[in-house]
Ligand binder design. Structure first.
Ligand SMILES: NC(=O)CC[C@H](N)C(=O)O
Length: 366
């Protein structure tokens, strides 16, 4: 294996082995504590522009299979692991992680101390990082100076959303699913419930969405800072009160911002497969799959028509809200799992129930 460096903007240098693409990249270095599900994490479009570190010490051991993708193309900038399993063993495996990342042109580094890296990120917050080209010896000080001055991808939602609507037919509720960088898991959960889905691009207007006569609108997850897409916030403002809405992750942040709340960047984000979240309406705690760098400010919710329904037990931040007047609710975590626990899959049933109840209400008024 050729040598590769991971350089951080604080001056830290890790020397490891290159795998995946020979090319270099820059990105925001983040970490996930998920112990399985690397294929799903790597293909989650919410990681656009990010270099993803796995704290689990061996990655790649069950290979890459045809079933577990969360997107068609990869959006992330790089992968950092302690030890790459070169010979996967699993009946579904079709290729190795290394082969897959080569084919998708994503660079990886292995053989570095990911515990040390994670401690640095936890201490300083997420950092900009650079993965050097495989085998290239660089002037490290110069590269770090360049990295400090560099700007990481902007308009990330635009890069991962679709450009034209497409249908995913069913015989049940008509759902317009707004794709901000949607994980396929959301589509799978709606399909399982036989929804008649139209997936639309992130910049679809409220008028166009309502013109599709939806029973409900689902707002997907997606990468980046939610305040970077003000038009989407406007669109959500216009559909609140018109139609039942369910938001996941970025979708949750957009519903909150559209209602007058504010967002902030977490120091190092929540990424993993076992984040405990308390549902304040039932008192029940569920283990959740999470992948977010931003969160909604709890205090800012007081002056809105929203109420907090879920909180993260690790740090007390907001993990879910619902509207006090309209059938609108959202969660910051991933009820679709993909990968991760399925404790919260019932929220998709709640969305169906909300659409049914709304239809009954409308027919009473007809
Ligand atoms: N998975 C997501 O939708 C993440 C939302 C947003 N990009 C964040 O980092 O907070």
């Amino acid at each position: 294996m050729k040598t590769r460096y991971l350089l951080l903007e604080d001056g830290t240098v890790f020397k490891g082995n290159a795998f995946g693409s020979e090319e270099g990249s820059i990105g925001e270095v983040i970490f996930t504590t998920a112990m399985t599900g690397y294929q799903e994490s790597i293909s989650d479009p919410s990681n656009c522009g990010q270099i993803l570190t796995f704290t689990y010490p061996m990655v790649g051991n069950y290979g890459i299979n045809p079933d577990d993708f969360e997107s068609i193309e990869l959006a992330l900038s790089g992968v950092v692991i302690r030890e790459l399993a070169e010979q996967p063993s699993n009946f579904r495996s079709q290729r190795t992680l290394d082969e897959f990342l080569k084919a998708k042109n994503v660079p990886g580094i292995e053989g570095i101390d990911t515990r040390k890296l994670t401690r640095i990120i936890r201490k300083h917050g997420s950092l900009k990082g650079k993965l050097t080209k495989a085998g290239e010896e660089v002037n490290i000080e110069q590269e770090i100076e360049k990295l400090k001055a560099s700007i990481i991808l902007k308009n990330v939602v635009e890069q991962v959303s679709i450009t034209r609507p497409y249908p995913s037919p069913g015989r049940g509720k008509r759902v317009v699913l707004v794709d901000f960088g949607m994980k396929h898991g959301i589509l799978r959960e709606l399909n399982k419930r036989d929804c008649d889905i139209i997936v639309v691009p992130y910049n679809t207007s409220a008028k166009e969405i309502l013109g599709m006569s939806p029973d409900g609108v689902m707002l997907s997850n997606g990468p980046g800072d939610p305040t970077d897409i003000p038009k989407a916030i406007e669109m959500v403002k216009e559909i609140i009160g018109q139609v039942p809405i369910f938001g996941v992750c970025l979708g949750h942040q957009l519903i909150s911002l559209a209602s007058g709340a504010t967002s902030f960047k977490l120091k190092f984000g929540h990424r993993g497969g076992n984040h405990p979240v308390k549902d304040l309406t039932t008192g029940r705690t569920e283990l959740t799959s999470q992948n977010h760098g931003y969160a909604i400010d709890a205090d800012s919710i007081a002056s809105t028509n929203l109420e907090i329904t879920h909180i993260a037990l690790n740090d007390g931040t907001v993990e879910g809200v619902k509207h006090t007047k309209y059938p609108v609710f959202s969660v910051q975590f991933h009820p679709e799992g993909s990968s991760g626990p399925e404790d919260s899959a019932h929220l998709f049933d709640q969305f169906i129930e909300l659409m049914n109840a709304n239809e009954q209400k409308e027919s009473l008024h007809a």
